[in-house]
Design a protein around this ligand. Structure first.
Ligand SMILES: [Zn+2]
Ligand SMILES: [Zn+2]
Length: 124
């Protein structure tokens, strides 16, 4: 997923916004950004803050950076959502189609990059 998506995603479980992003693998693509920057309206993941605080400077990095493997964490309800093969898996905890076992398998090789608190939640 592109960094840009952080400006649009809320926690499916409790609606908290923004989600906290942990990047394990990423790629960068020099795509041409259409229209006039700034692009992020509420929250800019590249600048790491609310647009009202970090200012409206151009942030086409948010479109160019692609998160291949990572974790989205909700600081309000504690839910976590993996990003695997560039796709954020946004099923809330307890959802019948959510496969924590499969998520664990995809994320365990990045255990050293996870903050301790998240590591015990995701991998144990
Ligand atoms: Zn941005
Ligand atoms: Zn939440």
């Amino acid at each position: 997923m592109r960094l840009r998506l952080l400006d649009l995603l809320a926690c499916p479980s409790c609606r908290h916004f923004p989600l906290q992003l942990h990047i394990f693998e990423e790629a960068r693509e020099d795509v041409k950004v259409p229209g006039n920057p700034p692009l992020c309206e509420l929250y800019c993941a590249y600048k790491g803050g609310e647009v009202s605080k970090v200012g409206e400077t151009p942030c086409d990095e948010c479109v160019k950076r692609d998160i291949i493997t990572g974790l989205l964490a909700c600081t309000s309800c504690g839910a976590w959502y993996p990003i695997i093969d560039s796709i954020p898996r946004m099923l809330p905890p307890g959802h019948p189609l959510r496969s924590d076992k499969q998520y664990r398998k995809a994320l365990e090789k990045h255990a050293d990059k996870m903050p301790e608190e998240l590591r015990s939640k995701v991998l144990d």
